[in-house]
Structure formats: structure tokens, C-alpha cells
Design a protein around this ligand. Structure first.
Ligand code: GUN
Length: 283
């Protein structure tokens, strides 16, 4: 039987509506949640992501500031801008779109953002909080993937979850969040020897490798929940995930499409983290 398709667009709309209620409640108390997004340089994909973040703020009635700096901006100038926004009471969430140009140390940038405004959840203090189960800002993409599992009624406790990919933005935090919900977690990479041996044993399979269609239907356990975090552009211009959707959907119990799966959830959870940061600041 073909898998149930997890409709990220519909779930994102529902989740955003829930957070809009919380944002409106704060506004009624005189606090408008505010997000500042800094972009350095002209990377076309980053510009689209940033424009979508600013647009989502407008849709939820949040205040946003879009700071576009030229590619030759010095590290010192960027750090000074971050310090200014850290001190700005109208700004509750602050992020610098990655990657930054090579002459800027991205670690320094991440650590310069106030941990109380770090809505990406990338600051070491927030990474540590996630590790110890005292999460403050769950990183947006894995947070969105967890929300898709929850909204689809897919239980996590006691399940074998396999995460393919070990990035700081997706793979590692995803594994920690699944572990926190009492899954048995295996972390693989695109280089894992006999990867299929692991993926075929996954009740929940999360793939975030950046390699188009690398997980095929024969690597999926019948009935598994498959969460595809990849977004790749093929030579013909079409988008595809890290999972071969057509073969995997014949085996899986649930599967996220690309586009329209995890993608719409990432910015939704950024809005959630921004509203939450504002709630903390207001209380
Ligand atoms: N670049 C790709 N994904 C992300 C993200 O989630 N946050 C930031 N700041 N940059 C990114």
C-alpha cells in the first residue's frame, strides 16, 4: 500500500495559526514580537530564504528588520551590528543567514548573538541546553520535522529512529530531539558502510545528507515514517529530496514530499521561536 503523504504546507498553516494567537496576545499587552535577519553578500538561495522569513513575519503581524550587508563587510562591522541588535528591545529574535563570506568566522558570529535572542538555536549555550534536555530554542528544521511527526500521530517512544546526516543544523539536533522523546537513535552519515542495513531497520527515518535521491525504496522498512529534509535542484530545474520519493512511497507508511514537506515547517518554527523569545522577554 502506498504511504500516507505528510502535507507540510497544511500542517505549517495550522501551526502558524496557533502561534499567531500567542503573538496577538502579546501585542494586546503592548509587546510586538520582533525578528532581525542579517544577510551578508548576494547568495541567491540565501536571499530567497531571508525574503521568505521577512514575509512570514509580516503574515503573522510580527515586527521584522531585514539588514542586507555587502559581501565585503568586515567581521568587526558585522559583530558591531549584532551587538546593536542584541541591545535593541524591539528585537526578540536575531539571526545571521549562513553561510557568511569566507573572510568572516561563522563561529564568532554565532557566539556573538545573545543566547536569549538566538532563535536559530545555534549558540553553544542553546546547543548545551538541548543536549541536557533543557531546550530553549530548538533549531528550526528539526523542530519542524518533530512537529510533522507529532501532527501526523506518529509515536516516537520506543521506536528505532535512524538519522542520516550529522550536520549541526539538522542531523545532530534531530537525533537529540528524538532521543529526548525516548526513541532509540542511530546516527549515520552518507559515508556509513552498508547504510541500507541501518535504514532498513528504521521505524522513523530522517534523511538530511544533501545528496539527491540517495535513499531508495529498497532501503526503507515497510510501514516506516520517512522524513526527507533534503532540497536539491536537478539539472532539469526540478526540486527533489534526499529520498527517492517514487520508490520510497511504495514501501513507507508515511512520507514527506519535496517540496511541501519539511520546507514549510522551518520558517514556521522560526516564527514560533521568535514569539517564544518575546514571551520570555515580556514575562
Ligand atoms: N542557512 C541554512 N539554513 C539556515 C538556518 O536554519 N539558519 C541560518 N541562520 N542560516 C541557514
Amino acid at each position: 500500500m502506498a504511504a500516507q503523504i505528510i502535507d507540510g504546507k497544511t500542517i505549517a498553516r495550522q501551526v502558524r495559526a496557533e502561534w499567531k494567537v500567542r503573538a496577538d496576545a502579546l501585542k494586546a499587552r503592548g509587546v510586538t514580537p520582533g525578528l532581525a535577519v542579517i544577510i551578508v553578500g548576494e547568495d541567491p538561495a540565501s536571499r530567497v530564504y531571508v525574503a521568505n522569513k521577512v514575509k512570514a513575519c509580516a503574515e503573522l503581524g510580527l515586527h521584522s528588520e531585514h539588514i542586507a550587508l555587502p559581501a565585503d563587510t568586515s567581521e568587526a562591522t558585522l559583530l558591531a551590528k549584532i551587538a546593536e541588535l542584541n541591545a535593541n528591545p524591539k528585537i526578540h529574535g536575531l539571526l545571521v543567514q549562513l553561510p557568511v563570506p569566507k573572510h568572516i568566522d561563522s563561529n564568532k558570529v554565532t557566539e556573538a548573538i545573545s543566547p536569549d535572542k538566538d532563535v536559530d538555536g545555534f549558540h553553544q549555550m542553546n546547543v548545551g541546553a538541548l543536549v541536557t534536555g533543557n531546550t530553549r530554542f530548538p533549531p528550526c528544521t528539526p523542530y519542524g520535522a518533530m512537529k510533522l511527526l507529532e501532527e501526523s500521530g506518529i509515536g516516537i517512544e520506543g521506536k528505532h529512529a535512524v538519522v542520516v546526516g550529522r550536520s549541526n543544523i539538522v542531523g545532530k539536533p534531530m537525533a537529540l530531539m528524538l532521543l529526548q522523546q525516548n526513541a532509540t537513535v542511530t546516527i549515520c552519515t552518507s559515508k556509513t558502510a552498508d547504510l541500507a542495513k541501518f535504514t532498513r531497520d528504521a521505524d522513523i527515518l530522517v534523511v538530511a545528507t544533501g545528496k539527491p535521491k540517495m535513499v531508495t525504496g529498497d532501503m526503507v522498512k515497510p510501514g516506516a515514517a520517512v522524513i526527507d529534509v533534503g532540497i536539491n535542484r536537478l539539472p532539469d530545474g526540478k526540486l527533489c529530496g534526499d529520498v527517492d520519493f517514487d520508490s520510497a512511497k511504495e514501501v513507507a507508511g508515511w512520507i514527506t514530499p519535496v517540496p511541501g514537506g519539511v520546507g514549510p515547517m522551518t520558517i514556521t518554527m522560526l516564527m514560533a521561536n521568535t514569539v517564544q523569545a518575546a514571551e520570555r522577554a515580556a514575562n
